[in-house]
Design a protein around this ligand. Structure first.
Ligand code: ADP
Ligand code: MG
Length: 264
C-alpha cells in the first residue's frame, strides 16, 4: 500500500507572514503522527493545508497519492476526516444527527441520509461509547462529550486518515485517556492513519507504550525541528530548545512521562 499522506517542501504564508517553511514528512497506513510544537508553530495551518482549506505557496501535498488541490471538496472528505479544535454549536440537532453529518461526504447534493448511513452513525457512537447521548441536543453536551461526538462523526466518515487538532485540550483525565485509547485502537485494529496536533509530548509516549506505529514531528516557527520515533527525539534538551523549559523525562512501567520543572 502507498503512503496515505506525502508532504514535500510545503510552504505557506498568511500574507507576508510565513507559517510553514519547507515542511516534509510521510505517513503510512495505520500510522499515528504526533505533530508537536509551541503555540503558533504552524500545527493548525498544516492541518488546514492537508484539508485543502489553504493552498500552499509551494511544495507538494499528496493525499492517497493525489495532489490535494486536485480533489473536489467533497472528494477530500472521503479521504480525510477532521476533528476540529473549536467547534461552535450553532444548529439545533441531536447528537445522532451531528454524527451522521460525517456521511455528507457520500451524499448527493441535498440528498438525505439513508438506513445505511444511520447504521454507520450508530456503530460509530457505539465504538466511541456515546450511544447514551444519541438523542440529546447537540448543544447541551459537555466539552468532553463534544470531543467524543466529533470523533464519532469522523469515524462515520470512513476515511483512511483522520486529522485531529489538539483534541484532548479540554478533557479531564479519564476522558483524555479514553480518547487516547480510542486513537490507539483505531490505528492498531482498524489501520486508520491519525495525524494529531498536540502540545503534549506525553501523548506520543502513550502511543509508543501501547504498541502503536507512532512518529513524532516537532514544528518550530513553521520549520520541522526534528522528526522520528518519540522515544528517540523527545529528549530533555529538545524540550529545552523547542519550548524553552527545563523538564525531566522519567520512566515508569515502560512508559515515559515528562516532569515540567522550570521555564527558562
Ligand atoms: P499552532 O496551531 O501551532 O498554534 P497556527 O498554525 O495556528 O499555529 O499559526 C501559525 C502562525 O500563523 C502563527 O504565527 C499565527 O499567528 C499565524 N496565523 C494563524 N492563522 C492566521 C491567520 N488566519 N491570519 C494570519 N496569521 C495567522
Ligand atoms: Mg493550533
Amino acid at each position: 500500500m502507498g503512503m496515505i499522506l506525502s508532504v514535500k517542501d510545503l510552504s505557506f504564508s498568511y500574507g507576508a507572514r510565513k507559517a510553514l517553511d519547507r515542511v516534509s514528512f510521510e505517513m503510512n497506513p495505520g500510522e499515528i503522527l504526533c505533530v508537536m510544537g509551541p503555540n503558533g508553530s504552524g500545527k493548525s495551518t498544516l492541518i488546514d493545508c492537508v484539508l485543502g482549506i489553504h493552498k500552499p505557496d509551494s511544495g507538494t501535498l499528496l493525499l492517497d497519492g493525489k495532489e490535494v488541490q486536485a480533489y473536489k471538496r467533497q472528494e477530500i472528505a472521503r479521504h480525510a476526516a477532521y476533528v476540529p479544535q473549536n467547534h461552535s454549536v450553532t444548529f439545533p440537532y441531536t447528537v445522532r444527527e451531528a454524527v451522521m453529518m460525517g456521511r455528507t461526504a457520500y451524499l448527493p447534493a441535498f440528498g438525505a441520509p439513508g438506513a445505511k448511513d444511520e447504521q454507520l452513525a450508530e456503530e460509530a457512537m457505539d465504538r466511541v461509547g456515546i450511544s447514551q447521548l444519541a438523542d440529546r441536543p447537540y448543544g447541551s453536551i459537555s466539552g468532553g462529550e463534544l470531543r467524543l461526538v466529533l470523533l464519532a462523526r469522523a469515524l462515520c466518515q470512513q476515511t483512511p486518515l483522520i486529522l485531529m487538532d489538539e483534541p484532548t485540550a479540554h478533557l479531564d483525565y479519564r476522558n483524555e485517556l479514553k480518547f487516547l485509547e480510542l486513537v490507539s485502537s483505531l490505528s492498531k485494529e482498524d489501520g486508520i492513519s491519525i495525524l494529531i496536533a498536540t502540545h503534549a509530548p506525553d501523548q506520543a509516549f502513550f502511543f509508543e507504550s501501547t504498541g502503536c506505529n507512532v512518529s513524532a514531528l516537532f514544528l518550530q516557527k513553521g520549520v520541522v525541528a526534528s522528526k522520528g520515533r518519540p522515544g528517540e527525539i523527545i529528549t530533555e534538551s529538545c524540550l529545552e530548545g523547542i519550548y524553552g523549559i527545563r523538564a525531566k523525562i522519567l520512566e515508569s512501567d515502560g512508559e515515559k512521562t515528562i516532569l515540567l520543572q522550570k521555564s527558562l
